[in-house]
Ligand binder design. Sequence first.
Ligand SMILES: NC(=O)c1ccc[n+]([C@@H]2O[C@H](COP(=O)([O-])OP(=O)(O)OC[C@H]3O[C@@H](n4cnc5c(N)ncnc54)[C@H](O)[C@@H]3O)[C@@H](O)[C@H]2O)c1
Length: 115
Amino acid sequence: MTGRLQDRVVLITGSGGDIAKATALTLAREGARIVGTDIDAALAEATTTAVRNAGGEAASIALDLSDDAGAQEFSRFALERYGRIDAIVNNAKAARAGSGSPPRPTPGASPSTAT
Ligand SMILES: NC(=O)c1ccc[n+]([C@@H]2O[C@H](COP(=O)([O-])OP(=O)(O)OC[C@H]3O[C@@H](n4cnc5c(N)ncnc54)[C@H](O)[C@@H]3O)[C@@H](O)[C@H]2O)c1
């Protein structure tokens, strides 16, 4: 670890996906603070927990980014928590019709803000 991203705040959309989790862990190893969001609260939380277990700093919030309100809430969450946004990894993807892997809804999702 070089610490070249020390205290940089990196947003990751679709943070519950495997690629997103690997990205979060890699960036956190370099010192970045990870702020994730996913429509699936449990997946978002799993990535946050993985980063924390590896000694990094992360927070997440479950949101649907398919409308502007979700995106605005995501940036608001990051700014309230860390006061800055340095980069965003736009990883979220919605499954195409007929692909066999529809987006997973998250009823009653709540933010995870513990450090
Ligand atoms: N897997 C591949 O081989 C591959 C190849 C090329 C590009 N990519 C791109 O890499 C990215 C990640 O791919 P992956 O295979 O890890 O995907 P994935 O499906 O595992 O992860 C995507 C995440 O986005 C979340 N998501 C879906 N709709 C959302 C919404 N409306 N709001 C918030 N979150 C939402 C899903 O819950 C999921 O956790 C995608 O953008 C994909 O297009 C993937």
